[in-house]
Design a protein around this ligand. Structure first.
Ligand code: ADP
Ligand code: MG
Length: 161
């Protein structure tokens, strides 16, 4: 799978803004998978997605023990953080397959833990910390839907300047 789009952000706000731009493009049934070490900025990015889905309040940055957070916005958002789960059976027990089928946007942190059961059609985003407050954010999409989303993101970036 090739990398379709790479962006460097310089601050948490820029990462949120990028998430917000993505959030505005999302439709129900879309699945966004986030990869990256602790502190890479996954949750910060999801906070932006929530904003882009017009979720006005109540966003929580993965409090201990909470695996799934549900929010109501322009569309429902299921924010799933698999960090504390270690086996596929534990992941299935949270009802992940139901979430993935829902009329909602599903965003998954530590998506590598659920690799075997994720649908092919999804947006993959890698977040890396090269130091100095920067983050490298790489998007990879498979299928028409995600090509469309990536084109939307690129277009928006070009119009900004
Ligand atoms: P994760 O969910 O990947 O563990 P978080 O989003 O919870 O990461 O935390 C990222 C941390 O890195 C936050 O404390 C944030 O303020 C900090 N940070 C510094 N620079 C950036 C940046 N450019 N983008 C995102 N977060 C950043
Ligand atoms: Mg997180």
């Amino acid at each position: 799978m090739s990398t379709d789009y790479i962006i460097i952000t310089n601050t948490p706000e820029e990462t949120k803004d990028l998430g917000e731009r993505l959030g505005r493009l999302l439709k129900d049934g879309d699945i966004v998978c986030l990869y990256g070490e602790l502190g890479a900025g996954k949750t910060t990015f999801v906070q932006g997605i929530a904003k882009g889905l017009d979720i006005k309040e109540g966003f929580v940055a993965s409090p201990t023990f909470v695996i799934v957070n549900e929010y109501k916005g322009r569309l429902p958002l299921y924010h799933i953080d698999l960090y504390r789960l270690n086996s596929l059976s534990e992941i299935e027990d949270i009802g992940i397959l139901e979430y993935l089928k829902g009329k909602a946007v599903t965003v998954i942190e530590w998506a590598e833990k659920a690799e075997e059961i994720l649908p092919e059609e999804r947006l993959t985003i890698y977040l890396e910390n090269p130091g100095g407050g920067k983050r490298k954010i790489s998007f990879k999409g498979k299928g028409n839907r995600f090509t469309e989303i990536l084109n939307g993101l690129k277009e928006h970036a070009e119009h900004k300047h």
